[in-house]
Design a protein around this ligand. Sequence first.
Ligand code: ISJ
Length: 183
Amino acid sequence: AEVPQTSLSSISALGPHESFGRLGPLTDLVIERLLVSDDVAASKFGTDSPIENPVREQQVLDQVRAQADALGLDPDDAVAFFRDQITASKEVQTGLFARWTAHPDQAPTTRPDLEQIRLRLDQLTTALLQQLAATVDVRDKPIACTVHLALAVGSGTVLEGLNTLHRQALGTAVRSVCTAAAR
Ligand SMILES: C=C(O[C@@H]1C=C(C(=O)O)C=C[C@H]1O)C(=O)O
């Protein structure tokens, strides 16, 4: 799977995990974005920065809309997919804030720089859009898509060792993968 060097291997010392099937590369990027959300949460926890930042969300969605067209994607479908990515990121952040508040010993001891993290998220935006474009044919076929998505999510969950919080967020993040192309 052609997962950009900057995404998977930079966040995880284990490197790319390569979820199975035609939707494996897309799913790897979705998982990568969820794992970056841990860094986002660590950058905000104990500061005045709220989990939800509507101005930044609009910037992300504007970028998506601008790039989607050039890739031949329906901009509304691409935006819908990224709304799910943002919702999933906030689910992860909310879950981690709750855990760290209840168990301060588990809270991060260093605070990564949010601006740096957002640059990485911007790279993931481009990579995710490229994978959406590369998978239109399979995402257009509901049964094949459902099978490939289950395979990719199942293998990705195991390979990345996702916990309950991240598994639930992954469910949110992929909920429109098989419908976004079918219009
Ligand atoms: C990731 C962040 O947290 C939230 C989630 C966002 C996202 O998933 O892109 C954008 C803005 C915030 O509502 C952030 O603040 O950058």
